[in-house]
Design a protein around this ligand. Structure first.
Ligand code: URP
Ligand code: ZN
Ligand code: ZN
Length: 480
C-alpha cells in the first residue's frame, strides 16, 4: 500500500528505542515503521532525528487571572509551539473564587477551539465548595479534564490544608490527578511585608521572599496530606535539589508522587533577577530561579528519575503594555510584577542542548522528559508522546548539529521578549508535523486556526491510588 506521507531516511527516537527507518503516515497516524516505504508524498529526513512532537503539560495560554487575560492566544501559542517542535499542550481552565467553574470553563473552551495544536486542560481549583466538589467536578472529569491544579500560595488562588484535603479526596473518588504549586503562602506574605517595609523592592527580592525552604516545606506538606488520602500527585515546577529530595523520599516509600521541573531552572539563576527595574522583572517566576550550581543538581535528579518531566510553564506576560509585567509601572515593586516566563518554543531546543548536546542525558531520556513521560502521566500515551503504529503522527524533525542563537523573533510568540535571548543552542527543529500535517518547515509555521483537537483523557492505571492508607481509616470516604 502507498502511504499518504513517508518521512524518509531519518533516525527515529522514542523514549526507549533508536531505529533507522522510514515513518509511513496514513490518515494522520503512524501506520508503519520500516525500510523503503512507498508514499504518495515523501519528506526527506536524511541526517535528521525523527522525534515525537513535544508534549508540554504545563502552559498558561489565554488564561484570565484577576481580570487580566494572557496575551498569548491559542493561535499564537500554537505557532510558538510548532516553531519549537511541540505539538500538544495542557493548559489551565481557571476557577475564580466565588463563581461556578462552568462560568469560566465554557468561555475557555471557546477560546481553545481556535487552537492549531492539540490540547487538553487542567482545572484549577481555588474554591472547593460543596457545589463545586459535588455538582461540578464529576461532570468536568467526565468530560475528559482528568487533572486538577491547586496552589498553596498566591493571594487570589491559594487554598488551605483543609481545602487541599478536600480536593485530594474528590480527585481520588473521580480518578483524577492533582498537580500542586508548592510554596508556603503565609511565609511568603510575611517575608514580603518585611522586605517592602525595609525598602527592598527590586526584582531580585522576589527570590528573597520565597527561599527554597518555603518550597520545601510546602512540598513536604503536599506529599504528607496526599499520603493521608492515598491520592497520586505531581509536584509542579521543582526549582531545587532540596525539593527534589522530598519527592525522592516519597517515591522511595512507594507513594505515587511525580516531580516536574521546567526549562528555566536549568538555565536561569537568581542573578538574572538582579538587574535594574523591569530588566530583572523579566525573570520573575515562582518558584524563582535559584543559585548557580542548582542546575547540575537538578540534572542529577533527572538522571535518577526523581524528576521525570520538563515543562515550559509558559506564561503569557509581556514586559510592556496594559497586561504586561510593568502594568503597575516600570519601577513596580517585586510583589506587583506578574509571575512567569514564556518558554514554549525554547523548551525542546534548550533541554536538548543543555541535556543531550552537553552529554548530561541520552537521546531516549530526552524524549521521555519532553514527550513520553508527560503524555504517560497525563493519560495521553500512546496516542501522544511516542512514534509507534497507531500513534498520532506528531513529529519533530530535528537537526542535532544545528547551532542557533535564541532570539525573540525565533520564539514566534505574542510576548514581547524571551528570557533566553542570546543563549546558544546546539540542536534545532527543522520541521514539525501534527497528525501528519507539516505545520512548520524551516521556521515557517503554516496551519489553520481551529485545526487543533481537544484531547479528552479517559481513566488510566498510572494514577490509580495505591490502596494503602497510613492507618487504615479512610476519612476521605466518610467526608465525601
Ligand atoms: O511564575 C509562574 N510559575 N507563573 C505561572 C503560574 C504558576 O504558578 O504556574
Ligand atoms: Zn504554579
Ligand atoms: Zn504555571
Amino acid at each position: 500500500m502507498e502511504y499518504d506521507l513517508v518521512v524518509r531516511g531519518g533516525r527515529v527516537v522514542t523514549g526507549a528505542e533508536i531505529m533507522d527507518c522510514d515513518v509511513g503516515i496514513q490518515g494522520g497516524r503512524v501506520a508503519a515503521l520500516g525500510a523503503n516505504l512507498p508514499g504518495a508524498r515523501t519528506l526527506d529526513a536524511g541526517g535528521l532525528l525523527v522525534l515525537p512532537g513535544g508534549v508540554d503539560t504545563h502552559c498558561h495560554i489565554e488564561q484570565t487571572d484577576g481580570g487580566v487575560t494572557n496575551e498569548e492566544t491559542f493561535v499564537t501559542a500554537s505557532e510558538s509551539a510548532f516553531a519549537g517542535g511541540t505539538t500538544s499542550v495542557i493548559c489551565f481552565s481557571g476557577q475564580e473564587r466565588g463563581r461556578p467553574i462552568r462560568e469560566t470553563l465554557e468561555p475557555y473552551r471557546q477560546a481553545a477551539s481556535k487552537a492549531m495544536l492539540d490540547y487538553s486542560f487542567h482545572q484549577t481549583i481555588t474554591d472547593p465548595t460543596d457545589a463545586v466538589v459535588r455538582d461540578e467536578l464529576p461532570a468536568i472529569v467526565e468530560s475528559g479534564i482528568r487533572s486538577f491544579k491547586v496552589f498553596l500560595t498566591y493571594d487570589r488562588v491559594h487554598i488551605d490544608d483543609r481545602q487541599y484535603l478536600r480536593v485530594l479526596a474528590a480527585a481520588r473518588r473521580l480518578g483524577a490527578l492533582v498537580t500542586v504549586h508548592c510554596e508556603n503562602y503565609e511565609a511568603i506574605r510575611w517575608r514580603t511585608e518585611a522586605l517592602l517595609a525595609d525598602g527592598r523592592t527590586g526584582a531580585k527580592y522576589h527570590g528573597w521572599s520565597r527561599p527554597t525552604i518555603v518550597e520545601r516545606e510546602a512540598t513536604h506538606r503536599a506529599i504528607a496530606l496526599a499520603e493521608l488520602v492515598d491520592q497520586p500527585i505531581q509536584i509542579f515546577h521543582v526549582s531545587c535539589d532540596e525539593v527534589a529530595e522530598e519527592i525522592a523520599r516519597a517515591q522511595a516509600r512507594g507513594l505515587k508522587v511525580w516531580g516536574e521541573t521546567c526549562t528555566q531552572y536549568f538555565v536561569l539563576t537568581a542573578d538574572d533577577m538582579d538587574r535594574p527595574g523591569m530588566e530583572g522583572g523579566k525573570y520573575i517566576c515562582s518558584p524563582p530561579p535559584r543559585g548557580a550550581g542548582e542546575n547540575e543538581k537538578l540534572w542529577a535528579r533527572v538522571r535518577r528519575d526523581t524528576l521525570d518531566i520538563v515543562s515550559s510553564d509558559h506564561s503569557g506576560h509581556s514586559v510592556f503594555g496594559t497586561r504586561g509585567k510593568s502594568r503597575h509601572g516600570a519601577d513596580a515593586n517585586f510583589r506587583d510584577i506578574a509571575n512567569g516566563v514564556p518558554g514554549l518554543a525554547a523548551r525542546l531546543p534548550l533541554v536538548f542542548s543543555e541535556g543531550v548536546s552537553k552529554g548530561r542525558i541520552d537521546l531516549n531520556r530526552f524524549v521521555r522528559l519532553v514527550a513520553s513521560n508527560p503524555a504517560r502521566l497525563m493519560g495521553l500515551y500512546p496516542r501522544k508522546g511516542t512514534i509507534a503504529v497507531g500513534s498520532d503522527a506528531d513529529l519533530a524533525l530535528w537537526d542535532p548539529d544545528r547551532k542557533v542563537t535564541l532570539t525573540q523573533a525565533l520564539m514566534q510568540h505574542a510576548i514581547d521578549y524571551t528570557p533566553y535571548e542570546g543563549m546558544e543552542v546546539t540542536g534545532w527543529p527543522v520541521a514539525t508535523l501534527s497528525r501528519g500535517e507539516v505545520v512548520m518547515r524551516d521556521g515557517k509555521v503554516q496551519a489553520e486556526p481551529g485545526r487543533g483537537r481537544f484531547l479528552p483523557r479517559a481513566p488510566y492505571d498510572l494514577i490509580r491510588p495505591t490502596g494503602v492508607l497510613p492507618d487504615g481509616f479512610d476519612a476521605a470516604a466518610v467526608l465525601a
